[in-house]
Design a protein around this ligand. Structure first.
Ligand code: SF4
Length: 358
């Protein structure tokens, strides 16, 4: 097996394509890490404690596919915690963060994001079946049922196909979801996996008081106690120069696990169903310390922006996917009145709302 090795921030990242089967956990109910290295996790109890159920809505205003990051703030309340998705929002565009977290402006569901949610549901539920029954036909057959289930919990998703009386678009969309599910079997073998956790809600509070939270798609634990964090992506793997960004979410989760359990996850694994790639990264303590510093700086910028009400737009090509262009000054719009009180001490001239390098 050949691993396409990339250097990201001085560390090794491995990208395997569909033709390169990653090593799989044994059938003894646990995951087997892939690359021999001194164990960094020695406690088999890592991440096995009961955790609170994920919030029922599972999202802030607009989750992306498989994006479970949430800040469970009351409407128009200052943010109290940080998830990978909302941290990414702020880094992308502070004003977008405000619209989603502070104003909680509604966003339309998208076919791509909803397909991601559907595929995640199938991959999660498949592990309810005995290992030998986790087959491609079985997984594909679950797609329509999981879609019905999703519609029951989020009826607004029905809008996606409201103007599809013949059902052709829905049929094609479900077929695309089935293809993504099928491709997963070329990347991992669920008959040889017994995840310790699926859709695992995690939350921790750093010494600074910053609360980090999120939902991890899958956690595997080897008999030796080594932890592997797995995340499914229904899109394509990023180009190598963007791998660091892709790993942000995984290092965030690794930091949470480390702070919760004093165990550095042995492996972070991103499974790209859109392109058939698996990207792995083996973090070390220094990575997680760096991530913590980065998040603290990010949170300080968010705190200042919240206090001053100074949320700067940062236009990029991603604006094309932003639901809030009508109220964005970059597109001639006017944001709603800021719903929080602004500190008289705060100065909008201090660069609040902008995220510098951290
Ligand atoms: S349109 Fe662009 S600049 Fe405006 S809020 Fe959305 S992401 Fe930010």
């Amino acid at each position: 097996m050949v691993c396409r090795s990339l250097s990201v921030a001085g560390r090794r990242v491995c990208v395997m394509s569909t033709s390169q089967q990653p090593a799989e956990p044994a059938t003894d109910g646990s995951a087997t890490p892939v690359v021999p290295r001194p164990a960094v996790a020695a406690r088999s109890e890592a991440v096995v404690e009961p955790v609170p159920a994920a919030p029922a809505d599972g999202t802030a205003a607009a989750p992306a596919a498989g994006d479970e990051g949430t800040e469970q703030t009351a409407r128009s309340a200052p943010p109290t915690s940080l998830s990978p998705s909302r941290a990414s929002d702020f880094m992308q565009c502070p004003l977008l963060y405000r619209f989603r977290v502070i104003d909680r402006l509604p966003e339309k569901p998208s076919e791509a994001a909803t397909r991601g949610t559907l595929v995640h549901a199938v991959l999660e539920r498949l592990f309810d079946d005995p290992a030998a029954e986790r087959t491609v036909p079985r997984a594909k057959a679950m797609v329509p049922g999981q879609w019905s289930r999703l519609l029951e919990t989020r009826p607004e998703l029905g809008e996606l196909f409201a103007e599809d009386p013949g059902g052709e678009r829905l049929s094609r969309w479900l077929g695309e979801a089935e293809q993504l599910v099928e491709r997963w079997f070329t990347l991992e073998d669920p008959t040889r996996l017994e995840p310790r956790e699926r859709e695992m809600f995690v939350e921790t509070e750093l010494e600074s008081g910053l609360r980090l939270r999120g939902v991890i798609d899958r956690v595997d634990i080897a008999p030796t106690g080594e932890v592997r964090i797995v995340d499914y992506k229904t899109g394509k793997a990023p180009r190598p120069e963007y791998s660091e960004g892709a790993l942000f979410q995984m290092k965030f989760y690794a930091l949470v696990i480390w702070r919760l359990k004093q165990v550095v996850p042995r492996r972070l694994q991103l499974v790209y169903l859109g392109s058939g790639d698996v990207l792995t990264y083996d973090p070390v303590t220094a990575d997680l310390e760096r991530m913590e510093r980065k998040l603290l700086a990010l949170w300080e910028a968010i705190r200042l922006a919240t206090e001053t009400g100074d949320w700067r737009p940062r236009p990029t090509k991603l604006c094309g996917w932003c639901d809030h262009r009508a109220v964005c000054p970059e597109f001639g719009g006017t944001p709603p009145v800021y719903p929080l009180s602004v500190s008289p001490r705060a100065s909008a001239e201090n660069g609040q709302g902008r995220m510098g390098p951290v």
